[in-house]
Design a protein around this ligand. Structure first.
Ligand code: HEC
Length: 143
């Protein structure tokens, strides 16, 4: 009796599945529309890839010197503000604005005692600036 019930249920599920398959597959369509959904379901900005974010994490911690002032994972230090939330002082938080402020630095800091030199005073390449901007973008969105 129990087995028959289970079998009936299985058939019912299969039938529903078949009906669904012959339909429009809305789930698949929306997954294609969002090729890089982040942990919070946001799409990455135009021109940003998961590979850039990964490369940017290394630039942040090493060649870019960012971690020295902004702390591990953007937690902030007394000489550099946190970058792990969407409370921005100098920018609107878009990917473009991040690239720009990282490229130009902040010569007149609001709270910090010393300025941020262009590219944090490091000699990183344009490509690294974009990668680290992508990383900070993802940090600020809670990745
Ligand atoms: C010498 C310390 C120092 C280094 C190194 C440094 N920064 Fe900064 N950064 C600052 C200061 C100071 C500010 C401005 C804070 C203020 O206005 O009080 C700032 C501002 C920023 C802002 C804008 C924050 C906002 O709220 O508008 C971003 C983004 C940023 N830094 C990213 C980076 C990245 C990425 C790197 C590495 C390439 C880096 N910084 C290297 C000190 C530093």
């Amino acid at each position: 009796m129990r087995t028959n019930l289970m079998r009936g249920l299985l058939v019912a599920l299969l039938v529903t599945g078949v009906v669904h398959v012959s339909g429009e597959w809305p789930g698949v369509a929306s997954a294609e529309a969002a090729p890089y959904p982040t942990a919070q379901g946001q799409e990455l900005p135009e021109g940003v890839t998961p590979e850039m974010i990964e490369a940017g994490a290394a630039v942040y911690a090493d060649a870019g010197l960012c971690m020295t002032c902004h702390g591990a994972e953007g937690a902030g230090t007394p000489i550099g503000p946190p970058l792990n939330d969407t409370d921005w002082v100098h920018i609107d938080g878009s990917f473009e604005s991040l690239v720009q402020v990282i490229d130009e630095g902040v010569m007149e800091p609001v709270d910090a005692p010393t300025p941020m030199l262009p590219r944090g005073g490091s000699g990183i390449s344009d490509e690294d600036v974009e990668a680290v901007a992508a990383y900070v973008w993802s940090l600020s969105r809670g990745e």
